[in-house]
Every structure is written in structure tokens, then in C-alpha cells.
Design a binder for this molecule. Structure first.
Ligand code: FES
Ligand SMILES: [Fe+2]
Length: 372
């Protein structure tokens, strides 16, 4: 079998050994043709985070979302099942729903009122009685696969995709082991950021701890970076455990409290900061070669906002994430400079906290996917 295509740049060819490899050539971060291939080979075929079950508590609740360039909606049916469909009417292509809402009994197209059940079946199409060879059963909404991983919802545009569990084995266990109340988690905050950087620059930044002591001074008061280790490594997800220091005023911590982080192929990262039961689910939705939309669902027990959760949210929004957004936007400008093409992965033998080996693994998956 032929291996993936490994690109060449000014410092050589990408290598499977991180310690020997130059980084991805900079064109991977702004070339429209490469971006188009990413849409087709990655986003149209991968499981992407689309929300938490608690955001659709009752039958008829729905929310519109995008996976890369494709608009979809999620809806909880009368049978309580959460389904997803492409948000496009099968008559002449008008979009069906906007934003989010509740108590929908049917989905009625605003253009000519074709009406679909919450299971996607076409149930009414006005004035079609005299059509020849018209079978409404052939005009159901096009489904999108949905998987719930302990309440976290993932969608895949590819109807032939492998099961979620096969791509992300035992991911749910990494939650249940650490969060006694994970089945009661709900959304405390939802935050959106429009970022002037390619989606991979943001994922890259979440894939390594090398920058944390340098770029995140306040976070470094919380994290004992030297204690970080990879607790689970699968092809499409990695799970890391780190321990806390004593924190700071307003977020005092028992030293040694777990700080957890996950990276999920292709564009989801998760963090659980020490201080209370919490999960920051962060997804980078591509919005063209040089832009992405970062969506953060901050989950807590019953979606409640306790004082430590409030302190963690402030640490994240005002420090951690603000610092990261400035970094990734600067890196994007650098990647578009005539004076930069490739650097080096700073990796070690032990896959330590400071090693950029997770970054290298992410790039290898990108190259494998683009080669398919
Ligand atoms: S486009 Fe939807 S009813 Fe015509
Ligand atoms: Fe960071």
C-alpha cells in the first residue's frame, strides 16, 4: 500500500520521526486548494463536536450548526432521539431552520411550505397532487450521523462513516473516571470567538505544552507542568493528566489536583481545569483558509455557576484564551510571511509535557487524510 504524501519545503521533507522532521510547510495554512481538500477529506468525513445533549432537553428542541462549509441542524424527536440533518429543503434548496428553538412539531420550509417530520420524512408538499412519478418518500431530508459520547454530541456528514466508538475507543471512560457527576453535566457558558487564523494553527497551539510557561504566566501559577503525562494515546484522540500547584487568590487549590486535557481529531480540544467539576469543550470550525470560529461550551454539574467555576471562566477568557488568540493570530501572519516556510518540531524520546510530538502526530494525520 502506498503511504501518505509527505510534502517538501525549504528545510526538507516531512518525516515520520518528529525529532527528525521539519514542520508542515506554511502553504498548508493559507493555500485555498489545500483548504478545499481539507473540507472534502477531513470535515466531510470526520466526527466533529456539535454540542451537549443538555442543550436539547425536550422533544422539538433544535439547533442549527455548521460543520466547515456545510449547514446542518440537530433536533430531538418526539421519541426523544437526537437526530441531525443537512439544513436544506429537498424542493429547491432553501435553508430550513435558523439559530435554535424549541417545541418544533414539524420543520416547515419558509419558501413553499414543504413540511418534514422531526424524523426527516416529507409529510406535506402543497399542490403536488398532479405531479407524475412523485414519491414523497424519495424526498426525505438528508441525514447526518450523530453519536453521543456520555452526553457530548458528535456529528459526521459521511453516512458511511465508521462508528464513533471505533474512532475514539473508550473516550467516555476518560470522563466517567474523573467526573463522578458527568451524567448531570450541563452548559454553564457558551462562548464564541472569530479568529484570524487557520483552524490548524489553533489546534496546533492546543497540542503542545511547550509554550505554557512562556506565554501563560497566570496559568503557570495553576499548572505544575513537570507533572504532565499522556494517559491515553489513540490514533484519533489523546488524553493528558497534569497536576495543579496552589493556584492564586480567588482560585486557591490543593496542590496535586488534576488538570486534564484531551485532543480529538480533527478539531476538538477539551480541558478540565482544577477547582471544581468542569469541562471546557473547544472546537475550531474552519471558516476559510485564514479564519476560524472557536466555540467553547463550558460544562459543569447541572450547568451551575459556582464561585470556582466563575474564577476558572475568568482565568480562561481573560488570560489563557486571550493570550492564545493573540499568539495564533501572530503565527498566522508569520505563516504568510515570505520569510517563513518551515521550522522544527521540538520533540523528545519520552513524549514529555514539553514535547511537540502531539503536534507532529496531528500533522501526520492531516497529511494521511489529504493523501486519501
Ligand atoms: S425550497 Fe423548500 S419548499 Fe420550496
Ligand atoms: Fe496556550
Amino acid at each position: 500500500m502506498q503511504g501518505p504524501y509527505f510534502p517538501e519545503g525549504e528545510r526538507g521533507v516531512f518525516h515520520t520521526d518528529a525529532r527528525q522532521s521539519p514542520t508542515l510547510p506554511s502553504r498548508y495554512y493559507h493555500d485555498p486548494q489545500i483548504h478545499q481538500r481539507e473540507l472534502e477529506n477531513i470535515f466531510h468525513k470526520s466526527w466533529c463536536y456539535v454540542g451537549h445533549e443538555s442543550q436539547l432537553p425536550d422533544p422539538g428542541d433544535y439547533q442549527v450548526d455548521k460543520i466547515a462549509d456545510q449547514c446542518i441542524f440537530l433536533v430531538r424527536g418526539q421519541d426523544s432521539e437526537i437526530r441531525a440533518f443537512f439544513n436544506v429543503c429537498q424542493h429547491r434548496g432553501h435553508e430550513l431552520l435558523k439559530d435554535k428553538g424549541s417545541r418544533k412539531k414539524h420543520v416547515v420550509c419558509p419558501y413553499h411550505a414543504w413540511t418534514y417530520g422531526l424524523d426527516g420524512k416529507l409529510i406535506q408538499a402543497p399542490h403536488t397532487e398532479q405531479l407524475l412519478d412523485f414519491d414523497p418518500a424519495q424526498f426525505s431530508l438528508k441525514p447526518v450521523a450523530v453519536a453521543s459520547c456520555a452526553g457530548l454530541l458528535f456529528a459526521n456528514l459521511d453516512a458511511t462513516a465508521v462508528e464513533f466508538e471505533q474512532d475514539y475507543p473508550d473516550l467516555a471512560q476518560t470522563f466517567s473516571l474523573h467526573f463522578p457527576n458527568f451524567d448531570r453535566f450541563g452548559t454553564a457558558f457558551q462562548l464564541d470567538y472569530d479568529i484570524a487564523a487557520n483552524w490548524k494553527v489553533v489546534v496546533d497551539n492546543f497540542s503542545e505544552g511547550y509554550h505554557i510557561p512562556v506565554a501563560h504566566k497566570k496559568l503557570s501559577q495553576v499548572l505544575d507542568s513537570g507533572t504532565g503525562k499522556c494517559a491515553r494515546l489513540e490514533k484519533r484522540f489523546a488524553f493528558f493528566e497534569t497536576r495543579s500547584k496552589a493556584g492564586f487568590e480567588g482560585l486557591e487549590l490543593e496542590p496535586g489536583t488534576p488538570y486534564l486535557s484531551w485532543t480529538l481529531w480533527p478539531n476538538t480540544c477539551m480541558l478540565s481545569l482544577p477547582g471544581c467539576e468542569n469541562l471546557f469543550v473547544i472546537r475550531m470550525a474552519t471558516n476559510g483558509p485564514g479564519r476560524c470560529l472557536e466555540r467553547i461550551d463550558l460544562l459543569s454539574v447541572n450547568g451551575e455557576v459556582s464561585p470556582p467555576l466563575e474564577a476558572l471562566k475568568t482565568l480562561f477568557t481573560d488570560q489563557f484564551n486571550a493570550e492564545d488568540i493573540a499568539i495564533v493570530q501572530s503565527v498566522q501572519r508569520g505563516l504568510e510571511s515570505l520569510a517563513y516556510d518551515q521550522g522544527r518540531y521540538v520533540a523528545d524520546n519520552t513524549d514529555s509535557w514539553y514535547s511537540e510530538s502531539g503536534l507532529h502526530r496531528f500533522h501526520q494525520l492531516i497529511l494521511e487524510s489529504l493523501s486519501d
